[in-house]
Design a protein around this ligand. Structure first.
Ligand code: FAD
Length: 431
């Protein structure tokens, strides 16, 4: 296969497909390479798909895409061993067009999305691994694949090959990531009757709910768990920084089993049949971990560029936006017949000016902060749950006496000052 394309996109996840879709729509001759049997076959996500960024690519997609449920409620559970402080938001407006977010199963969704790119003229080749970029005179001119007729050439190559991006690494764009820059997430898809799901989560027919889990969901390790409703399955998962798993000597599947058996979670899953077990890395280093994202004849998008907002569990939206912006830059570069790093840098500039760059900058110190000070998850969540238990237990003690006891239990003046300082620091890194 020594044909030359205008563009090769490596990886058919949300970033790569969005890019290939936009390019094909603009009449660019684009090849989309995917190592899996089909797009989505290798992909793992909770997963919440954000409508706005998907509509920026395909307006009205929700009328035909294989979505699970529109999310009408987002809950947050602060877990201790046998308790939960829960808060959240439910709004019926999220259940009506144009909706807010949706749960999706990537194996179905990515296939549908990739087919849309193919319908516009992109060429999709599955079961093909891009092994390395072909570089000539300091410029990427194609990719070497594992196919017998392996080298493919293009004016420009887009690396959308996900969190590990071996291709960007081989170009020297990033080093091996440290264990405190990536989270390892494991999840299970559990089959459950749809009516049972709706009853258990207090939902009307077809509606969905997401629950984010903190604290004891990860045994106090920096990370989160999640429980999402699909049509007739639940997605339950947990993800922590690799450094946390190493430090606490916990295996990821042990943590998943632990959260599944948690007394606050177990009743939701009761009677369900495990269907699929999945594990994947998530880039959580944020702004400081971003690699170089453009070079001569090459751009990096999505997880490969470490575009994840771990605080708000957003990744697919950043992936799609980066893919779209990369495509718009390539169309411009094609018109100018110039694929130099200088020209392609337009993509980096637009990315950093968009919500992607803005949000990464806003939370640039957050992961590192919460990793450095584990007391937020280890101590303060259990403390909050104990306080709630005391306050809401009706035992004849006056409310003022209860408040005094909660205040005393927090500890000495020095400990109270430490908590106040920690809360101020937390506010500073997420403000
Ligand atoms: P990916 O989706 O990883 O796609 C990369 C593609 O490239 C894959 O198809 C892969 O097979 C292919 N590939 C890799 N290497 C090669 C190669 N050498 N040659 C050919 N093909 C290759 N985000 C959200 O927005 N909402 C959520 O609820 C959410 N939940 C998550 C839950 C879990 C457990 C995990 C792990 C992640 C979650 N994320 C979530 C993050 C989200 O999944 C990612 O940010 C998003 O998938 C990134 O898209 P991408 O296209 O950049 O990469």
């Amino acid at each position: 296969m020594s044909e030359k394309f205008d563009c090769i996109v490596v990886g058919a996840g949300p970033a790569g497909i969005a890019c290939a879709y936009e390019l094909a729509k603009a009449g660019v001759n684009v090849l989309l390479l995917e190592r899996g049997e089909y797009p989505g076959s290798k992909n793992v996500m909770g997963g919440v798909l954000y409508r706005k960024m998907m509509e920026d690519v395909i307006p009205g997609f929700y009328k035909e895409a294989p979505l699970e449920r529109p999310i009408v409620e987002q809950r947050f559970m602060m877990l201790d061993k046998e308790s939960a402080v829960t808060f959240g938001y439910k709004g019926m407006e999220w259940g009506r067009e144009p909706y807010n977010n949706f749960t999706v199963l990537r194996a179905k969704f990515d296939q549908w999305f990739a087919q849309k790119a193919v319908d516009h003229g992109a060429l999709l080749i599955n079961e093909t691994v891009a092994l390395e970029c072909i570089v000539e005179d300091g410029r990427v001119i194609g990719v070497r694949t594992d196919r017998p007729d392996g080298d493919i050439y293009a004016d420009v190559v887009v690396l959308a090959d996900g969190v590990n991006s071996l291709l960007a690494k081989s170009l020297g764009f990033h080093k091996e990531f440290r264990p405190d820059e990536v989270a390892l997430a494991t999840m299970e898809i559990i089959k459950l009757d749809r009516k049972v799901i709706e009853d258990r989560f207090n939902l009307e027919e077809g509606q969905g709910c997401t629950i984010e889990l903190f604290g004891d969901a990860t045994k106090g390790i920096l990370g989160t768990g999640f429980l999402y409703t699909n049509k007739d399955t639940l997605s339950i998962g947990v993800g922590t920084l690799l450094s946390g798993l190493i430090k606490h000597k916990i295996k990821p599947y042990e943590l998943l089993e632990y959260v599944k058996q948690h007394p606050m979670i177990r009743p939701y899953l009761q009677g369900g049949e495990p269907q699929e077990y999945l594990a994947h890395l998530i880039p959580e280093g944020g702004y400081y971990s971003m690699p170089k994202v453009v070079g001569n004849g090459v751009l990096v998008v999505g997880d490969a560029a470490q575009l994840v907002n771990a605080i708000h569990r957003e990744g697919s939206n950043m992936a799609m936006t980066s893919g779209r912006l990369a495509a718009e830059t390539i169309v411009m570069a094609k018109q100018a017949g110039n694929f130099s790093e200088e020209m392609l840098d337009h993509y980096r500039q637009r990315l950093m000016e968009s919500f992607v760059g803005e949000d990464l900058k806003k939370y640039k110190d957050s992961t590192h902060h919460f990793d450095k000070f584990p007391q937020y998850f280890e101590e303060y969540i259990p403390m909050m749950n104990r306080a709630a238990s005391q306050m809401f237990t009706v035992d004849g003690t006056s409310k003022r006496e209860k408040q005094k006891k909660i205040w005393r239990d927090i500890g000495t003046v020095k400990q109270k000052l430490k908590i106040a300082r920690d809360m101020y620091r937390a506010w500073k890194v997420i403000k």
